[in-house]
Design a protein around this ligand. Sequence first.
Ligand SMILES: NC(=O)C1=CN([C@@H]2O[C@H](COP(=O)(O)OP(=O)(O)OC[C@H]3O[C@@H](n4cnc5c(N)ncnc54)[C@H](OP(=O)(O)O)[C@@H]3O)[C@@H](O)[C@H]2O)C=CC1
Ligand SMILES: O=C1O[C@H](COP(=O)(O)O)[C@@H](O)[C@H](O)[C@H]1O
Length: 537
Amino acid sequence: MGWYKAVNKAVKGKFYTKRDANTKTSTSTPTSQAAASDTTSPSSPPAPPTPSAARFAVSSTDAAHYEMKDNTVIVVFGASGDLAKKKILPALFGLFRQGYLPTDVQIVGYARTKMEKAEFHSRAVSYIKNPDKDAAISAYDDGSAFKALNDHLLSIEAKYTSKERNRMFYFALPPNVFVPVAKNIKEHCYAETGVNRIIVEKPLGRDLGSARELINSLMQYWSEEETYRIDHYLGKEMVKNILVLRFANVAMGTMWDKNSISNVQITFKEPFGTEGRGGYFDSFGIIRDVLQNHLLQVLSVLTMERPVSFSAEDIRDEKYPPITQEDTLLGQYVGADGKPGYLEDDTVPQGSVCPTFAATTLWIHNPRWEGVPFILKAGKALNEGKVEVRIQFKDVTQGIFKDITRNELIIRIQPSEAIYMKMNTKTPGLQTSAMATEMDLTYNRRFADAKIPEAYEALILDALQGDHSNFVRNDELDVAWKIFTPILHWIDGSRPKPLSYAYGSRGPAELNAFVERYGYHRSPSAYEWPVTNLGAQ
Ligand SMILES: NC(=O)C1=CN([C@@H]2O[C@H](COP(=O)(O)OP(=O)(O)OC[C@H]3O[C@@H](n4cnc5c(N)ncnc54)[C@H](OP(=O)(O)O)[C@@H]3O)[C@@H](O)[C@H]2O)C=CC1
Ligand SMILES: O=C1O[C@H](COP(=O)(O)O)[C@@H](O)[C@H](O)[C@H]1O
């Protein structure tokens, strides 16, 4: 699964085309007249990444790859919610500011919550780093509301000079309304003379059965090519970089297998607990929240084969057996240092055994990866915020250097993007001894002026351009659920008591022994990262 993503992009050799920065954009409500206002770019937009000789614009009339440019409306469902506020609206605004949004794009917010425009405006701009003066507002099973939405869209589109009407619908919604919304849009808001797309957020199901049911229900109304299933980790710069690192560097390619690699850890750590979001979280748990989607997607990019073709069969060539109980460690945080434990969160059901921390080890049965453990770990309320891939190489097996520190390649996804390789080098001086050090590519030092795009910016732009390569395909989702469904059913059914860990710690005390079981050797404390280097982080 998964390999076609960024490779597809590389094969197409595509470069994004920046739009005119003086484009007008506005956001509006279906019920009131569009609150349109000129929003020229707040400041001079940075130079676009458009190598002129290689510029490639999608011009196919084939709807699957059609680039939505002129005559495009983006409708954000769930516009009053957290996701829209924190991620989607800022990403849209970020794209606009940089000149990437289609000419004359209109953004329409749709929500159940009744809200004054002013209130919505303040919510919408609260997470926009460089707010400007426009915003938007607006029952998910109420066909007449969707007719009203369609009327509103038609009023926006009335000014188009051609018949082309492109509509993008973003589902920033709880999954229980995905199907009615998909149905209502198709029945009442589908543009007959243009391209229509939906972007759907996780969670897509609770297990294999419910995911298939949901996908099939959605597919009654929307085809695979019209559907963009988002996993925002696939839009993160360092996740996208993994394929370049692997396939554009011969040196990396040769060491990317069981012959050189001992074990791999993919780690997600958040330094805060559920803090009021326990209601939602408790019904899912950390495995559904992070491992089954985000970390598994990182794993797939890390381990996929070079593409042979983009067919589903090639994806299924990889063999991922389901995770077992023996390969799983579950934790739940308890209060420490004044910070509340998970069970002290008022929104969490009493006595919940929901895991807030999980480490699971996956195995891939193919010639490249046979025998290499892939440890996925994720937790809330830990000692730091960090997402990284840590590839630990095997020991030097012979000669005078056989007892020294192992090489490790670390891809830090966030914060402070970096790739560093822990290496052994001769200790500078007259003596001949080896010491651990690093080869270091810290992004904000090496690419000081580069703007790293937000994941949602990158993915919304892909969707507008008809590029599915960084979205989750139907069959891929199926594989992801097959891997995790048995362990999730065991957790849901047997309710095993998770191990406790203190808020602010690295996780359950048993974690170190768990990762050691799979061959991980922690570097000896002799390795020290010079504090002066931290300035650049
Ligand atoms: N370019 C850069 O920015 C670079 C930064 N550095 C910095 O140098 C420091 C050291 O780097 P590095 O060795 O990669 O990272 P760490 O020492 O932070 O972590 C290394 C690994 O050891 C585990 N670990 C941490 N503490 C313990 C413990 N007490 N017992 C057992 N295992 C433990 C970690 O697990 P877990 O994650 O689960 O806690 C992680 O898998 C870090 O702060 C890093 O950010 C180093 C090189 C380059
Ligand atoms: O999908 C989710 O991801 C976030 C973490 O996203 P990030 O981009 O900040 O790394 C996580 O907090 C949330 O629980 C989960 O649902």
